[in-house]
Design a protein around this ligand. Structure first.
Ligand SMILES: [Zn+2]
Length: 314
């Protein structure tokens, strides 16, 4: 939130940050994750901005405490530092509750009992300009009797937000203009956990994040988040979606591609400085053989040079 009255999500003593890295503590960070973390840090620190780390740990079934500690250790080893305490989404339920209550008051929330299979089936039929796989609004059109029947079934509903197929565009700082149609996405899952799209909007606003730097795989979800932010009355951050690191087979980098974590590299005798230099070389920020510190990289970094490097690489 950039002004006290800007939104309906309360400000409560969290450091305002220009940029952030927000991993999920569900596995070991690989070089692709680390490159995104380094870029997010460079965007913020190269202009003297604050930087926050937030753990997106809402998926309790997959979160492991050891990954929380290990991820912080790994980014610190690369020279990535952060301001204020590490924010954990699992401790911020009251903020999400308040946002959901505000959306409910506006009549935007409805219950959805669809199973995954039902959604797949419904979404495979053509629905005008909705993107592939989008939710077509089945449960919005239930009759009162059908709704009562589902309520009495005992199966807990997910909560969706009515977006009326809003069309939302924005200017990405790296990839340029992007536009998407917003479907009625889930804001709270049927197991009671808040959905990523709600939590990320509330947290970025609460932490005063001015610029979201993250992987290109999240580009599609940005129109949903911008639209939701507008419903909550928060100031929208700018966005820069950075290319993902690919394995030799052209697929997104993963464990099966070999030595892709800091621990794997350490076992091969490579230090965190070596890995940082490798990442910086891929960003055209250093020459082979150089070992610049993270601070030195922040001095060299510019978004114009990054855009040029990405164009050369593609
Ligand atoms: Zn449904």
């Amino acid at each position: 939130m950039h002004t006290a009255q800007a939104g309906r999500v309360r400000q409560h003593g969290v450091v305002n940050a220009d940029g952030r890295f927000a991993p999920s503590p569900t596995g070991t960070l690989h070089l692709g994750n680390l490159r995104t973390a380094l870029l997010a840090w460079l965007f913020a620190r190269s202009r003297g901005g604050c930087f926050a780390v937030r753990m997106e740990d809402l998926d309790v079934g997959r979160v492991r405490e050891r990954f929380h500690d290990e991820q912080l250790r790994d980014i610190a080893a690369l020279g990535i530092d952060w301001d204020g305490p590490v924010v954990r989404q699992s401790q911020r339920t009251a903020l999400y509750d308040a946002a959901l209550a505000a959306l409910r008051d506006d009549g935007l929330i409805y219950e959805c009992w669809c199973t995954r299979a039902e959604i797949r089936e419904a979404a495979s039929a053509p629905h005008g300009d909705l993107p592939e796989g989008a939710y077509p609004g089945t449960c919005l059109r239930l009759t009162a009797a059908q709704r009562e029947e589902r309520r009495s079934s005992g199966r807990p509903p997910a909560l969706r937000i009515r977006a009326d197929r809003a069309r939302v565009g924005f200017e990405d700082r790296l990839t340029g203009p992007f536009e998407g149609v917003v479907d009625d996405f889930v804001v709270r899952r049927n197991d009671g956990a808040y959905a990523y799209n709600l939590a990320v909007v509330v947290d970025d606003a609460d932490q005063g994040i001015g610029e979201v730097v993250r992987g290109l795989d999240l580009l599609d979800s940005t129109p949903r988040q911008l639209w939701l932010g507008a419903r909550l009355g928060v100031v929208a951050p700018r966005h820069a979606h950075v290319p993902l690191v690919l394995g030799p087979d052209g697929a997104r980098l993963a464990k099966r591609h070999g030595a892709v974590t800091l621990a794997d590299r350490a076992a091969l005798g490579e230090s965190a400085d070596d890995v940082r230099a490798e990442l910086a070389t891929s960003l055209r920020l250093c020459e082979p053989g150089e070992r610049p510190s993270a601070r030195e990289l922040a001095e060299r970094f510019s978004i114009g040079a990054l855009r040029a490097a990405e164009e050369v690489a593609s």
